[in-house]
Design a protein around this ligand. Sequence first.
Ligand code: DGJ
Length: 731
Amino acid sequence: MSKVKALFATALLLLAVVETKAWDYDIVISTENTSLVYSANKGGDLRFSHYGAKIAPDEVGPLHGIWAGMNRVAYPTYGSEFNVLTSLQVVHADGNTTTFLALKDVATYPASDGEITVITLRDRHYPFEVKLNYHARKATDIIEMWAEITNLEKKPVTLKRMDSGFLPVRRGDVWLTHLHGAWTAETQITSEPLRPGVKSIRNLDGARNGQGDHAEVMLSLDGAPQENVGRVIGAALCWSGNYELRIDTENDFCHNLMAGISTEMSEYRLEPKATFTTPRLAVTYSTEGMSGVSRNFHRWARAGQMHGGSTPRDILLNSWEGVYLDVEETKMNEMMRDFAALGGELFVMDDGWFGDKYPRDKDNSSLGDWVVNRRKLPHGVEGLIEAAKKNGIKFGIWIEPECTNTLSELYEKHPDWVLRAENRDLRLTRGGTQLLLDLSNPEVQDFVFSVVDDLMTKYPDIAYIKWDANTGANNIASPYLSRDKQLQVNIEYHKGLEKALQRIRTKYPHLVMQACGGGGGRVNYGTMPYFDEVWVSDNTDALQRIYMQWGTSLFYPSMAMAQHVSASPNHQTGRRIPMKFRFDVAMSGRLGMEMQPSTMTESEKSFARRAIADYKQVRDIVQFGDIYRLISPYADRGVASLMYVTPEKDRALFFAYKILHYRYQPIPRFSMAGLDADKTYRINELSIPEGKSPSYLHGVKVKGSMLMNVGIEVPLGDEYASRVYELVEVK
Ligand code: DGJ
């Protein structure tokens, strides 16, 4: 090729690369470190241009050439897009099944922690509008997106699909990480490369949605996921009901992430002038690996997406694994006394305290009859609260307000308050008698509110409520909803639940509430605005908890993760694990106990006292610090390790656990992360059993750069060895 020809070819190539497509609008939605960009022509389609690294508005124009292949329509609708999965499917009032949206206007409003951008789209023919909302939470790098769909037609329209968000991701070596599991084995992690085809992640329990697949995903953009390096997108659908997350890997440029309410036998009839608001989809982007995405979600949660995100959590004893349903006044009083002596701060009386005509002696009766059983508790809840006060601790109580049993006064009085399908036998769950109330019914919403309200009115000193839900929606039809609305029962249930919870939170903002769903069934950001914490799992085996807590921590902050030390052998697995290991695992989140303290030996008690005292000293680091996961239990290296660092990087807390044990086992070196390379830290070993010496690292002063770049050798000799090191800046 001649020089001239070569120059010409290069110029053409350059032109192709920098060619800019002119758009009337580039809508740049930015947080501190990220940007989401849409582009549109007046009266034309809204197109997705970019999500990821931050871009200044004046940098957008020249980049359009690169994005040409990526310009997917921002919210694909059935009929206007060909041969792709769509996010919005509508049957209009006249039966037309297609929707063609065009840009109407764009508005931006300041919000306390950032900005809300509202992009209004209108159908080209029908009076039908969709507002796409984006709340950019500047400081936490989270963008929440949701759609408001308004029917301005003369008759009802039917929403067949209404995703909260649609997000194309450029194809490459992209890996999906998601959580799944089952009762007593929740939040297992799976990471897999995205291949052509559709990956669907969904939950159809009806009532709880965190026990099987989870409504959160991470997409690692630089190959197999890493904890502290690499570009990662995180997404969490904030909805307590059935959902579906779809990732459609196209045959050309994109993986399309679509997330929304599940449409499995579910649709929504939208009346004229009515607006349907989808749940929020929260997305974030980090260049600091999966831990970076976790830190963004955690900060966002603590800043308002969960309840009580700025209040330190008490150390509690829950009565369940100590006495199960055998709740009885003397036992409760003894547990409170013994726990207070260990340094505990709050006692929670679990299931078994209620029922008059039908005493809750077994799990087959009484739900709904929220009156004290005087045989079990002669001095009532007030007597227990007095006893708690005498011991200097707070008092909490268990309820399951969304449920009833066929053996209950509530069911006898209101058989029409439960979900049930006409002409079908009731499908009964726990105890062979349990049923789910019909929360689409406003009377039932009032009742659920009153369960909490009555307790709090009678016993205003109740400091904590454990809100359980031990059944899914097995009878999925509502006696309350009209026949033409039966397909929206799954949605109405959760709207009803939300209404009841909102009333409770308005009236009782300081009450601490745990979301429990027969274990980890309620781990979802749809419920978190009303709850201070979640019960991670009914499995309290410390070894298995390392895996489950690791998974939960991908999206949920440690202060929200209830982690309890239980008996050995463990009640779920039969495994025998030393008390130190059990404590060290529980101390990495919201520490609690779940056993009968009277069965503990004197040396166990003395260790528990020391560990609880140590936890109090570092509680702020665990509960408010930034997580850095170091060695994953899933990495098959025989150990697991994580740490928390304060925002000022002046203190940190490091955990290491031995999870495999054999002769000549290579224990890796532990490289820390998140510290200030230039600061010097003193290592202070915590949680040391009486009579044992701390490891050689105790008292050593090391620079942050050494701890992160060279790492430390952690003595983990015995089976179930574990270490907890506090790091304090030496000034
Ligand atoms: C299931 C919960 O997960 C347990 O912790 C306990 O509260 C029981 N329900 C009580 O029935």
